[in-house]
Design a binder for this molecule. Structure first.
Ligand code: NAD
Length: 254
């Protein structure tokens, strides 16, 4: 995929999936702006890619900081053509099982996560009102925004599929439709990708149960997600608007 001369912001770019997207964008010759709240993570991205990327600290719940980032990126590269939001905001108690989740934690985790995606989408759409070229945003949802969890894969393990995540990721897909409808007539478009689980040293029993629902590879690596993201950022997808691409080796249908 050729993204030569396009400038793309990756929010959460120091994270597992964000970092894989940064690598693919560098390979595709894009100008890459890596934004994350994790400063040491940004340092390691900067150490890996050097002058090929621009790294900037960002808390994506801060509208002024987002506007500053868009402006700094435009000043450095001349324009901003797209962005990917892979942020995963959550509090220290996130990940509790359904009966243990408190009202306060539910509200905090939902509002932090959905709020971060709402705000970034709003700011990018507003930026695009004044830009000369099209702007493509990719939001990160999940298969768990599409389907009910298969709780049997977590049986006997401390991990679960958090209830906040279901609310957040389903909501994000509808927010993507909302923003698509609202921004009709502008140069802004937005789509979602919905990965299945990503390999990260998970428990082997869990993996075996998960993989049994898949077609070929089973749980995917972060690098398996990037092709769809680059497609949505490129002009090849110019008329793809408000959609959701599921990337899960068939887990959600198997
Ligand atoms: N890993 C998976 O299995 C998986 C599967 C489906 C969807 N997703 C989604 O993909 C996205 C990325 O997941 P990941 O596994 O790479 O997560 P990750 O935790 O490895 O990375 C997320 C990044 O977001 C950053 N971040 C958190 N809060 C922020 C804030 N307020 N402002 C800016 N940056 C912030 C973190 O510092 C981190 O670098 C998330 O939205 C996640 O829900 C992940």
């Amino acid at each position: 995929m050729n993204l030569n001369n396009k400038t793309i912001i990756v929010v959460g770019g120091a994270g597992r999936i964000g970092r894989a997207i940064v690598g693919a964008l560098v390979q595709a010759d894009a100008n890459v702006v890596v934004a994350d709240v994790d400063e040491s993570g940004l340092d390691s991205v900067a150490a890996e890619y050097g002058a090929r990327v621009m790294c900037q600290t960002l808390d994506v719940s801060d509208a002024t900081a987002i506007r500053q980032l868009l402006s700094d990126a435009e000043q450095r590269f001349g324009s901003v053509d797209g962005a990917v939001n892979t942020a995963y905001p959550r509090n220290a108690r996130y990940g509790a099982k359904f009966y243990e989740v408190t009202y306060d934690d539910f509200c905090e985790n939902v509002s932090r996560h959905v709020g971060a995606y709402f705000l970034f989408m709003q700011q990018c759409a507003q930026y695009a009102l004044h830009s000369k070229q099209p702007f493509s945003l990719v939001n990160f949802s999940s298969i768990y925004g599409v389907m009910a969890p298969r709780f049997d894969v977590y049986e006997g393990l401390p991990m679960t599929m958090p209830v906040e995540y279901a609310a957040v990721k389903a909501g994000l897909q509808h927010l993507t439709s909302y923003a698509t409808a609202y921004t009709k007539g502008t140069r802004f478009r937005v789509n979602c990708v919905s990965p299945g689980g990503i390999l990260a040293g998970q428990n082997p029993d869990f993996l075996a149960r998960y993989n049994a629902h898949c077609r070929e590879k089973g749980m995917l690596d972060a690098e398996d997600i990037v092709g769809s993201v680059l497609y949505l950022l490129s002009s090849d997808s110019a008329y793809v608007c408000g959609q959701n691409i599921v990337i899960d080796d068939g887990f959600s249908v198997g």
